[in-house]
Design a protein around this ligand. Structure first.
Ligand code: NAI
Length: 286
């Protein structure tokens, strides 16, 4: 029987979430996605109008089907968390049941269970500011959207994850090495995400037989990365310095996620896997 995946953080066809969805679909999984509420309308319209059809083509020539798109805002765990200005915000008022707890409940009602959970989202409102210029509010917002969002997703989805299931997040090497420009507490948020991967692997493994891993991905020209402002420089740097001198494709990250979600990776949990053309292994630029 095919597996079912919920991928949080898909709002166009450029990012890692989309590529992971494709690799999982190519491997036979049923695809559900969680899309950030403010981006929902344009994503669904584009999907419906066929704007992504070229990007939906799978290796066998068929088109990836997304069984259902759920509105999601992963900085809110339940309705009590949602402040009045968001509740009445035009972009939010048109959707409902988009807090993490409600999305997990909706997926349970619609499908009963899932096998694969993917967290492919991050947000740091002050990402362009150096850490020394980052406000407490901006730092905590980065942690809330990029790190705790994963703890919350896993917490709420674990009860509907089948034993043998697999959970995957995306991280970046700025957590462990200095990458000037990746500011606003985003480097801190990725460090938290990586540390949590280990603790969550223990807790989810013991309690639910679910594996928890994270992929440390190289640079990709996604919407989120373009907002940071230095993505072209990072891609050029990798091309010049990594052991493998080729541009990283999102598909390579997607395929790693499909491997990690499969029984081929049945003994891998609590791991950080680099998918970066080997750049992490370099000690100096060349
Ligand atoms: P992306 O823009 O495709 O994905 C980020 C998604 O997060 C967007 O769809 C956005 O709508 C969503 N999002 C933001 N705040 C949200 C919230 N509160 N609730 C729900 N969704 C929310 O960009 P990308 O780069 O593919 O990002 C995916 C993951 O990959 C992120 O964790 C990112 O940090 C990570 N990553 C990206 C790298 C890159 O160079 N693009 C390198 C290494 C890691």
């Amino acid at each position: 029987k095919g597996k079912r995946a919920f991928i949080a953080g898909v709002a166009d066809d450029n990012g890692y979430g989309w590529a992971i969805a494709k690799s999982l679909a190519a491997a036979g999984a049923e695809i559900l996605v969680g899309t950030w509420v403010p981006a929902l309308n344009i994503f669904e319209t584009s999907l419906r109008r066929g704007k992504f059809d070229e990007s939906r083509v799978l290796p066998d020539g068929s088109l990836m089907e997304i069984t259902k798109v759920y509105p999601l805002d992963a900085v809110f765990d339940n309705l009590e968390d949602v402040p009045e200005d968001i509740k009445t915000n035009k972009r939010y008022a048109g959707s409902s049941n988009w807090t993490v707890q409600e999305v997990a409940e909706s997926v349970k009602q619609d499908f009963g269970s899932i096998d694969i959970l993917v967290h492919s989202l991050a947000n740091g409102p002050e990402v362009t500011k150096p850490l020394l210029e980052t406000s407490r509010k901006g730092y905590l917002a980065a942690i809330s959207a990029s790190s705790y969002s994963y703890v919350s997703l896993l917490k709420h989805f674990l009860p509907i994850m089948n034993p043998g299931g697999s959970s995957i997040s995306l991280t970046y090497i700025a957590s462990e090495r200095i990458i000037p420009g990746y500011g606003g507490g985003m480097s801190s948020a990725k460090a938290a995400l990586e540390s949590d991967t280990k603790v969550l692997a223990f807790e989810a493994g013991r309690k639910h037989k679910v594996r928890v891993n994270t992929i440390s991905a190289g640079p990709l020209r996604s919407r989120a990365a373009k907002a940071i402002g230095f993505i072209d420089m990072m891609i050029d740097y990798s091309l010049a310095n990594a052991p493998l001198q080729k541009e990283l494709s999102a598909e390579e990250v997607g395929n790693t996620a499909a491997f990690l979600a499969s029984p081929l990776a049945s003994a891998i949990t609590g791991a950080l896997i680099y998918v970066d053309n080997g750049l992490n292994a370099m000690g100096v630029g060349v």
